[in-house]
Write a protein that binds this ligand. Structure first.
Ligand SMILES: [Zn+2]
Ligand SMILES: [Zn+2]
Length: 255
C-alpha cells in the first residue's frame, strides 16, 4: 500500500502525488497553497503556514517533483559520497516519517473525536431509547386500560341492545293489541248506529200513525230517565193521558 502525503495547509489536506512544496521544517503543501504562501518578498522572509517557522534560506522551501524521472533519479545523488547519500536519504526518510506521524496523529485525533461524538450520540440514543421505552410502556398501559373500558362498554351496549329488542317486541305487541281494540270499537260503533237508525225508523212510523188518528201530548225525556226505559216495550213511548195538564200540545194540521 502506498501512502500519499497531504497538503499541510489548514483544512486543505489535498493528496500530493506529483508536485509539492516542501520545507526544511518537514511540511508539505499543494501547488496552489505553495505558490500563494511562498511568493518571495524583497527581504526573502517566508513563514511556514503550518508551524510558523521562519524560512530564510532559498533552500528552506523548494518545489519538489514527487514522481521523478529515471534520469533524475540517476543523477540527483550521483557523485556524492555514500555517507552523504545516506545522510540525504535519512533526512528524506525523516521527512516522510514526520508526515506519516502527523497524519497518524491527525487520524487518531479524528478517531478520538469521532469516538467522543459516538459516545455522546450513544448516550443520547440511550436516553431517547429509555424515554421511548417509558412512553411505550405508558402507551401499552393506556391501550390495556382502553381495551378494558371497551370491553365494559361493549358489554353495556350488548345489554342495552338486548333490552331495546325486548322493549321493541313489547311495543309491537301493544301496537297489535291497540289496533285490535280500535277495530273492535269501530265495529261496535257501526252496530250501534245501525240499531239507532232502526229505532228512529220505528219511532217515525209510530209518530206518523198516532198523528193521523189523534192528538197526543209530547213528553220530553227527563234528565234522570234512561232512554232504554222509555223505549222499552213495557213503557209507552208517549203519554196520551188527558187528565195530566200538558206542558206542550201538538196539533197536526187538518186538511
Ligand atoms: Zn493545499
Ligand atoms: Zn513548518
Amino acid at each position: 500500500m502506498t501512502l500519499d502525503i497531504v497538503c499541510n495547509f489548514r483544512k486543505c489536506r489535498k493528496a500530493l502525488t506529483s508536485q509539492a512544496w516542501v520545507t526544511t521544517c518537514s511540511h508539505a503543501f499543494c501547488v496552489d497553497h505553495g505558490k500563494r504562501e511562498f511568493k518571495r518578498h524583497i527581504d526573502n522572509s517566508l513563514i511556514c503556514p503550518a508551524c510558523n517557522s521562519e524560512l530564510r534560506d532559498k533552500f528552506d522551501v523548494i518545489q519538489a517533483d514527487l514522481k521523478p524521472s529515471e534520469t533524475f533519479k540517476s543523477i540527483v545523488l550521483a557523485g556524492l559520497k555514500p555517507d552523504t547519500i545516506m545522510d540525504v536519504a535519512m533526512r528524506a526518510i525523516s521527512f516522510w516519517s514526520y508526515q506519516i506521524e502527523q497524519e497518524t496523529l491527525y487520524q487518531e485525533s479524528l478517531a478520538n473525536h469521532s469516538k467522543e461524538k459516538l459516545q455522546c450520540l450513544e448516550e443520547i440514543n440511550t436516553l431517547n431509547a429509555q424515554k421511548l421505552k417509558a412512553e411505550l410502556d405508558t402507551a401499552k398501559r393506556k391501550i390495556a386500560s382502553l381495551q378494558e373500558e371497551f370491553k365494559k362498554k361493549k358489554k353495556q351496549s350488548d345489554e342495552l341492545t338486548a333490552l331495546l329488542e325486548e322493549k321493541t317486541r313489547k311495543i309491537q305487541k301493544l301496537a297489535f293489541q291497540l289496533d285490535a281494540h280500535k277495530r273492535r270499537d269501530i265495529h261496535g260503533q257501526n252496530v250501534s248506529k245501525n240499531d239507532n237508525a232502526a229505532q228512529c225508523m220505528d219511532i217515525s212510523e209510530l209518530v206518523g200513525q198516532r198523528a193521523a188518528s189523534d192528538a197526543f201530548v209530547f213528553k220530553p225525556m227527563r234528565d234522570n230517565e234512561d232512554s232504554r226505559q222509555i223505549f222499552s216495550p213495557k213503557t209507552p213511548i208517549f203519554d196520551f193521558r188527558a187528565k195530566r195538564k200538558p206542558s206542550f200540545q201538538f196539533r197536526p194540521l187538518k186538511s
